[in-house]
Structures are given as structure tokens and as C-alpha cells.
Ligand binder design. Structure first.
Ligand code: G3P
Length: 253
């Protein structure tokens, strides 16, 4: 099945305009005529898949502590908007199911990024794919991505035909790409390699393409950078300001 990637994917919804990974952020992206959004999924203690990036609640909610140690009912007590702006006070952390409802209502494609808490790599992928398999029909507009090979392998076993993307960033120890990335990508049979801007050189992008993968780049908020990547043949990039990047890309695809 071929993947219909858009030129720009809204990062965590439209993270420059609304609190990341919330229903408001998804609606904001849809209002800007963004075609796809990227959202992060992880599990509560009682294994409810929620849309949330960090392992801890502190940065983006009024709660604190580890997500993996809170039940869904506890998570629901916190609000995830006031850290961003007063007008967003009271917003809740959405479940994956609630997010999927809005995505379908707003006709958006989805890059679901699996960000498992340590030790829950398989369970997180299983719970997320279980929800998606119940509600998501259009597999030309769905990409499952992760930094974690176990989560991607689980997705591969559960839904071999759904497109997978391997996320790559500079390794903290070496500041370079994992030297095993080609073997991992081959083993997991991914469609896309999602590169951090720090490692996305022209040579790396060319190599990714030569190996038959689509190179995607995150997170691109500068229109000049976006045009550079577009001229390298990058089909799609992630942005917190998707409206600005869309407006500044050439209509060449
Ligand atoms: O999926 C692209 C990007 O969101 C991955 O990195 O910074 O959000 O964890 P990050």
C-alpha cells in the first residue's frame, strides 16, 4: 500500500500555536489546512494509551511524577494547558481514542509516534495498534514511528502492512547516528527514516533515498531550511509552525 505523505506534518499537532499533543492542538492544525499531524503515544499505569510526549508530567501539566506510575483516572485530574497559556487552562491530556475521533472528524492523516516508558515498549505498541485497528481505515494516511525498535517490531508483527518509520537522532555518546541504523531499518522493513535536523546532511538524505526509504526531517520551523530540504528531495517534514512552512514551500510535487 502506498503512503500518501504530505509535504508538511504538524508536530505534536501545531505545537507553536496550542499546547502540544492536545485535542486543541489537533484542531488548530486542521484549521490551518495541515493534512497530517504527528502525535506521541504512551501508556498510563493501567495501560490506557494517552497522547503525551514526556515520561514525566511536570513540563506540560500541573501534575508531577512519572506517567507510568499514574492511572488514567489520576492523569485525568491534571490539566495540560495553563503551562502554555492562560486561555488554554483546563485542557485535559487526551486518550488516543479521543484523538483518533478528532482526527477522523477533521479528516487528518496521522503519524503516531510510539514513545514507550522504559520496559513498556511492546505493551505500548500493542495497546496503540489495538485502538487504531478498531477505528482507522485509511492506511495511505497512517505512519507508525518510533525510536524504539521493539515497539516497531511489535507494530510489524501486529500490522505488517501499515507503514513504519524509524526515528533517528544523534546518539548522546557519540553525537552521531547509530552505526547500525541500516540493519535496523532493513530488519524492521520501514518505509521512512525520520531524521533529526542535526544529522540530516545532504549525504545522509541521499543515502536514505538510495536505500529506498523516504527521508523525513524534524523539526523544521525555518522556511529557508525547509526549502533547502525540499530541494534535496525530502518529501515531508515536521513543523511546529506548519502553516508557515506550507506557505513557503514550492509547489513542485
Ligand atoms: O517525529 C518527529 C519528532 O517529533 C521526533 O522527535 O523531538 O518530538 O521527540 P521529538
Amino acid at each position: 500500500m502506498s503512503l500518501k505523505l504530505p509535504k508538511v506534518i504538524g508536530h505534536r499537532g501545531a505545537a507553536a500555536y496550542a499546547p502540544e499533543n492536545t485535542l486543541e492542538s489537533i484542531h488548530t492544525a486542521a484549521d490551518m489546512e495541515v493534512e497530517w499531524v504527528e502525535l506521541d503515544v504512551k501508556l498510563t499505569k493501567d495501560e490506557v494509551p494517552i497522547i503525551f510526549h514526556d515520561d514525566e508530567l511536570d513540563r506540560t501539566t500541573n501534575g508531577s511524577g512519572r506517567v507510568a506510575e499514574k492511572t488514567y483516572d489520576e492523569i485525568r485530574q491534571f490539566e495540560a494547558g495553563s503551562w502554555y497559556g492562560e486561555s488554554f487552562t483546563g485542557i485535559k491530556i487526551p486518550t488516543l481514542e479521543e484523538a483518533v475521533d478528532v482526527l477522523i472528524e477533521r479528516n487528518l492523516g496521522l503519524n503516531l509516534k510510539i514513545v514507550p516508558c522504559h520496559g513498556r515498549e511492546k505493551e505500548t505498541a500493542e495497546a496503540a495498534l489495538d485502538i487504531l485497528s478498531q477505528y482507522w481505515d485509511d492506511h495511505t494516511r497512517l505512519l507508525i514511528s518510533s525510536f524504539d525498535p521493539v515497539s516497531l517490531e511489535t507494530a510489524q508483527h501486529m500490522a505488517p502492512d501499515w507503514a513504519r518509520g524509524l526515528l533517528l537522532a544523534a546518539e548522546p555518546q557519540t553525537n552521531e547516528m547509530n552505526p547500525e541504523w541500516k540493519n535496523i531499518a532493513d530488519y524492521l522493513d520501514v518505509k521512512t527514516i525520520n531524521l533529526d535536523t542535526q544529522i540530516a546532511s545532504r549525504d545522509v538524505v541521499d543515502e536514505v533515498k538510495e536505500l529506498g526509504y523516504s527521508p523525513l526531517i524534524y523539526t523544521v520551523n525555518d522556511p529557508i531550511e525547509a526549502r533547502k530540504y525540499q530541494s534535496w528531495g525530502v518529501p515531508s517534514m515536521f513543523s511546529d509552525e506548519p502553516d508557515i512552512i506550507i506557505e513557503n514551500l514550492l509547489t513542485i510535487h
